[in-house]
Ligand binder design. Structure first.
Ligand code: XBP
Ligand code: MG
Length: 257
């Protein structure tokens, strides 16, 4: 098996979580008496900035305020983001963001085949723990050998740092692994880290430029949401199986020198 590990992005890839993030940001703003309310359109733009704290900072910078007021608000970002993360965890624990098609199936195939699992995400470990617990059950946390997330790296996606961190934790070369992403920032991060990258765009990232993706599919496909048309042709059927991914990954490997 040329694939030794699958490395999953979280938000938008494992589950479509960004609407829950958006609602959590807005609830946190209310909690802090800030009359900010990010619409879907506004949030889609703000998503170009990876990281919730960085995103709030970019938003504050965009406001027509005196420098001193901007500085005062920026000093509150950590506090606001802490509230947002608490609210998000509560919503996710209620089952807000179901897994995307094929994610549970492919993870099950990988576990059965002894292919290792890892996460490389911009969000916080608290958010990932809430999602994994809610959607896979508490014990699933141990399925992922490496968890590279949030502030463990200085440079978030599209920088390669978070994937380099996951590879280091796995002690594997990029050539032996496959990354799964939903956004152009994530694709750029995984490709810059040298990874074969499967992109399954989420509603929030639809229309972004995914040139450079090794495989671009609407989803990973499962019985309820089978792949069709060109996706089915690329995936070799209604679902992207580990066996098919192995074929594609092996064919993409540079010929041994
Ligand atoms: C997507 C992100 C995160 C989330 C919000 O992460 O950019 O910032 O939008 O989560 P991923 P935080 O790499 O999993 O796609 O507020 O915790 O940053
Ligand atoms: Mg993502």
């Amino acid at each position: 098996m040329s694939i030794k590990a699958l490395i999953f992005d979280v938000d938008g890839t494992i589950a479509d979580t960004e609407e829950t993030h958006r609602q959590s940001f807005n609830a946190a703003f209310l909690e802090h008496d800030l009359h900010w309310d990010w619409s879907r359109g506004e949030y889609a733009e703000l998503l170009r900035t990876s990281g919730g704290k960085e995103r709030i900072g970019v938003y504050i910078e965009s406001l027509r305020l005196e420098p001193a007021e901007k500085a005062r608000l920026k000093a509150m970002v950590q506090l606001i983001h802490g509230s947002k993360t608490r609210i998000y965890g509560e919503l996710i624990a209620d089952g807000r963001a179901p897994l995307r098609p094929g994610v549970a199936r492919l993870i099950g195939e990988a576990r059965a085949a002894g292919v290792r699992l890892a996460i490389a995400s911009t969000t916080t470990s608290a958010n990932i723990s809430a999602l994994i617990g809610a959607q896979f059950g508490a014990g699933a946390w141990n399925w992922f050998e490496a968890l590279a997330c949030g502030d463990v790296v200085a440079n978030k996606k599209p920088a390669p740092d978070i994937y380099a961190r996951a590879l280091g934790m796995l002690r594997l070369p990029a050539a032996d692994c496959v990354a799964f992403e939903d956004s152009v920032n994530g694709l750029r991060s995984a490709k810059a880290a040298g990874l074969y990258t499967v992109v399954t765009p989420a509603v929030w990232s639809a229309g972004q430029d995914f040139s450079g993706a090794d495989l671009l599919l609407r989803s990973l496909g499962d019985a309820a949401m089978p792949l069709q048309g060109g996706d089915a042709w690329l995936a070799g059927g209604p679902q992207l199986t580990l066996a098919r991914l192995q074929q594609l990954h092996a064919a993409a490997r540079p010929a041994a020198a």
